[in-house]
Design a protein around this ligand. Sequence first.
Ligand SMILES: NC(=O)c1ccc[n+]([C@@H]2O[C@H](COP(=O)([O-])OP(=O)(O)OC[C@H]3O[C@@H](n4cnc5c(N)ncnc54)[C@H](OP(=O)(O)O)[C@@H]3O)[C@@H](O)[C@H]2O)c1
Length: 350
Amino acid sequence: MSKRFRVGILGATGAVGQRFIQLLDNHPWFEITAVAASERSAGKPYKEAATWRMDGDIPEKVANFTVQLCEPKLDCDFVFSGLDSNVAGPVESSFAAAGYPVISNSKNHRMDEDVPLLIPEVNPEHTALISYQRSNRGYDRGCLVTNPNCSTIGLTLALKPLNDRFGLQHVSVTTMQALSGAGYPGVSSLDILDNVVPYIGEEEEKMEREPLKLLGTFRETSIEPAAIGISAQCNRVHVQDGHLECVSVALERPADLNDLLDTFRQFKGLPQELNLPYAPKHPIIVREESDRPQPRVDRNTENGMAVTVGRIRACSVLDYKMLVLVHNTVRGAAGTAILNAELLAEQGYI
Ligand SMILES: NC(=O)c1ccc[n+]([C@@H]2O[C@H](COP(=O)([O-])OP(=O)(O)OC[C@H]3O[C@@H](n4cnc5c(N)ncnc54)[C@H](OP(=O)(O)O)[C@@H]3O)[C@@H](O)[C@H]2O)c1
């Protein structure tokens, strides 16, 4: 029997909300039936409330929806949240308490002990926390599931196969992050033109903390974090989409370069096994050219859902170093949330 779910979007007018609406157009399982945002937008037709900044037109059906308030009486089976983090925490909890599974992009609940922080290729077994979360919080069919920060998603997808096969001791990462990661209007043009801004609020802390939960071990009522030392430095650069990351790793067990290349190339996860609609065929693409990956050239690989790894070579301080590229608003945000929802639907949580 084919699956059909009615979907609501919280924060539908924002950058992430718009990406959800664009990516869910013609999804085989999910149909948008409600859009919600702040009081500023509520009551207006979506096409008037949102300044559409995606390529192409607003999908026709959604364009004429009336934007509703973010109150848990939307006509849908579950919600995606692209809410501003100033309001996401309590709003998302109120939806979960009212019986809606909430698949969120916001940071607010990511590190809650009973909330899965999920990338389906990395830690699909962590969805087992949902049963505990429901009993712990008194939720019935509702639940909270989050996806990580955009740079963390790219980094952790690349680290996962290395950690499984060789073990990771230390990771050092320096990012060059695209402007779309700051939402709209984001960084002022006068601050970023001819420039690099060497600070993104809270980003380094998220990158050092979130991969440890993602690569951690499920322990019935929480996740025991992985014991890996991670050091992150984050920069904003003059690129529209696509976060590029310089990553160095120290491994627990010796590996030669061909082992590393094979490990990346062969990597597949549960979404690929289950053939989920939004799963890329290959979650990691390896480029061997000396000047790849590049944001403009490689970010849309596998519709923006694959991470591209290149320049894999020996490191004279740690063991290996490489470049990792992730499309920050597709794989790094709405795309992973959609894949999370597909996994939860397949596992019967929504
Ligand atoms: N941009 C990225 O690449 C990215 C990547 C990963 C995660 N995230 C996270 O995703 C979330 C959304 O980011 P964004 O860039 O899409 O932000 P954004 O463009 O500023 O959009 C924020 C959304 O939240 C709504 N909102 C604001 N205040 C509200 C309130 N009081 N009640 C209800 N709705 C309210 C806005 O509605 P109105 O239009 O009505 O104000 C808008 O729909 C953030 O938590 C962000 O950290 C962003």
